[in-house]
Design a protein around this ligand. Structure first.
Ligand code: SF4
Length: 64
């Protein structure tokens, strides 16, 4: 099963991930990314990979 992982030491809160993959990422009260999907469906995995490529801080990775 795939999952999205955020390196919180790199995330600076741009929010692109939450816009590109709203079923996978959300922003917490401080404006930093958090995952909201513990296991990714096929569509969510595709969206998470797109978000990972778009993250300016390279803070997202998708694991199997
Ligand atoms: S796009 Fe990257 S830096 Fe921006 S909120 Fe998402 S994980 Fe954090």
């Amino acid at each position: 099963m795939s999952k999205a992982v955020i390196d919180t030491s790199k995330c600076v809160g741009h929010g692109q991930c939450a816009m590109m993959a709203p079923d996978v990422f959300d922003l917490d009260a401080g404006g930093y990314a958090q995952t909201i999907a513990p296991e990714l469906t096929g569509d969510q995995r595709r969206d998470a990979e797109t978000a990972a490529m778009a993250c300016p801080e390279q803070a997202i990775r998708v694991e199997d």
